[in-house]
Write a protein that binds this ligand. Structure first.
Ligand SMILES: NC(=O)c1ccc[n+]([C@@H]2O[C@H](COP(=O)([O-])OP(=O)(O)OC[C@H]3O[C@@H](n4cnc5c(N)ncnc54)[C@H](OP(=O)(O)O)[C@@H]3O)[C@@H](O)[C@H]2O)c1
Length: 221
């Protein structure tokens, strides 16, 4: 399906999933705006997609997170969908992980995505879509991932309620339970070492199946 002219903000576009989503959306004809933390990578990806508008932010600046959707709406002349792929892993037993690490993971994996989505929900028009990546860890929390699983589960609970509320406005909120991917995410953990994980899914195929495809389907329904 082509989605020519559909305006999409990708938050976390410097990451693997966010970069793949931005590329696949552009291939399908969407007009994207990119947000991420690493300014150099963001500028490079925006340029590779033909000179897209971009804006950097940090998860700890929750007001800045909430301003991303209004910024994209102004930059693109409207906004049809927001895709949020920000996150970081943390590993270690519940007893060992420090409170500082727990605060970091809850900020990046729960509070920041919630703030981005909250900012979007305040201004999305009927038919709009807000898709946020949580992960299969919500359904299968494993030992050594208590804090990461708890942050993602908090985000999933919030998205569930927000989605029920947004239905009144005909806005779709999606909780994307991405499977484990073969992309080195666990090795980029904020703290700790990942327990043995099985083989991961192919990233481009998984992003197409679990994120980009469902977002485009929701936009066209
Ligand atoms: N990969 C997997 O196996 C997998 C499976 C299920 C769910 N997920 C979830 O999918 C999402 C993306 O994963 P990924 O594999 O694409 O990981 P990634 O490549 O490490 O990307 C993570 C993204 O989060 C951003 N980020 C991290 N800390 C930030 C902060 N303090 N402020 C602003 N941005 C910050 C990164 O920005 P920088 O590029 O600037 O660091 C990057 O854009 C995460 O929420 C993850 O939990 C991943």
């Amino acid at each position: 399906m082509s989605v020519g002219g559909t305006r999409v903000l990708v938050v976390g576009a410097t990451g693997d999933i966010g970069g793949l989503a931005a590329g696949q959306l552009a291939e399908r004809g969407a007009v994207t705006a990119l947000a991420g933390r690493n300014r150099a990578r963001l500028a490079e990806r925006a340029s590779a997609l033909g000179g897209r508008p971009w804006r950097s932010f940090d998860a700890y600046d929750l007001d800045g997170c909430a301003r991303l959707a209004p910024w994209a709406e102004a930059a693109l002349g409207g906004l049809d969908a927001v895709v949020v792929t920000v996150g970081v892993a943390a590993f270690g037993s519940a007893a060992e992980v420090s409170d500082a690490s727990a605060e970091h993971v809850f900020t990046v994996d729960a509070l920041a995505p919630m703030a981005v989505a909250r900012g979007a929900l305040r201004m999305m028009s009927p038919g709009g879509v807000v898709a946020v990546v949580t992960g299969e860890v919500v359904d299968r929390p494993a030992r050594g991932m208590a804090d990461y699983a708890a942050a993602k589960t908090a985000l999933a609970a919030w998205l569930g309620v927000a989605g029920r509320e947004a239905r009144r406005e005909r806005v779709t909120v999606m909780d994307v339970r991405m499977p484990h991917l073969d992309n080195g995410f666990a090795a980029r953990a904020a703290v700790g070492t990942a327990p043995a994980l099985g083989p991961g899914a192919d990233p481009p195929a998984a992003v197409r199946e679990h994120l980009v495809g469902p977002v485009l389907d929701a936009l066209s329904s």
